[in-house]
Design a protein around this ligand. Structure first.
Ligand code: ADP
Ligand code: MG
Length: 223
């Protein structure tokens, strides 16, 4: 298996005026391609901060982080944008779907913005909506779908990018247990079938039980 992320001594502080809050205090990690990882730990332990760094949403302050062999400190903002846009899929807790767009249009929207040609877009939309079991619901708008179905649209949208990695910050937190289980199983299957790396934060025991690798954080450190 090849390595997707290598992190060494990752530390991060939020600065609020003269105060600073240490969110990560020196994290080392190696995350392999195709792995299904869960970042666990209580609220405030640094899960979201670490995901934001892995997603290139926040910039590393201390330590080193490599994505697919590229040191993120050595590339331009423009290159980071490209990685974020083309190689990383995000699945948020509150889905972030466009309410006026149908399921298939929600999936297609970003592909359109990325300049993927129409025929290829249609193919990726069909492929990913089928992969998450939503093809029959492709014409529905978010308001006509259940929470679990919306989250599946969000997963299809992330997958349609053909990303190297899907990052999810507590993606099951607003779903009931049964629906959440379905979502996690879908992601686990995708990770093993398509080789996409999946990294979720969660403190849900059901998610932890299904993850291949659990990385537990406490006070900004791996325990
Ligand atoms: P988790 O996702 O595990 O709940 P976070 O990464 O959100 O943890 O937070 C880690 C620490 O950083 C906590 O002490 C939290 O209060 C602090 N923190 C998170 N976001 C901010 C922010 N925007 N400004 C200041 N402190 C923050
Ligand atoms: Mg969080």
């Amino acid at each position: 298996m090849s390595v997707l992320y290598t992190g060494k001594g990752i530390a991060f502080e939020y600065r609020l005026g003269t105060q600073s809050v240490r969110a990560l205090g020196g994290v080392d990690l190696v995350l392999e391609r195709g792995g299904f990882y869960c970042l666990a730990g209580p609220s405030g332990s640094g899960k979201t901060t670490l995901l934001n760094l892995l997603g290139l949403i926040d910039t590393l302050q201390t330590g080193r982080l490599q994505f697919d062999g590229t040191d993120l400190a050595e590339i331009s903002e423009r290159e980071k944008n490209r990685i974020r846009r083309f190689r990383i899929g995000f699945v948020f807790q509150n889905f972030n779907l466009f309410p006026v767009l149908r399921a298939e249009e929600n999936v297609e929207y970003f592909l359109h913005r990325q300049g993927v040609p129409a025929a290829e877009r249609r193919q990726r939309v069909a492929e990913t909506l089928k992969a998450v079991g939503l093809w029959e619901h492709r014409h529905k708008r978010p308001a006509e779908m259940s929470g679990g179905q919306r989250q599946r649209v969000a997963i299809a949208r992330a997958l349609a990018k053909k990303p190297d990695v899907i990052l999810g910050d507590e993606p099951t937190a607003s779903l009931d247990q049964e629906t959440g289980k379905g979502i996690v199983d879908t992601l686990a299957t995708l990770a093993s079938n398509s080789g996409v790396t999946v990294i979720l934060s969660s403190h849900d025991p059901m998610v932890l039980a299904r993850a291949q690798h659990v990385i537990t954080l406490r006070d900004g450190r791996i325990v």
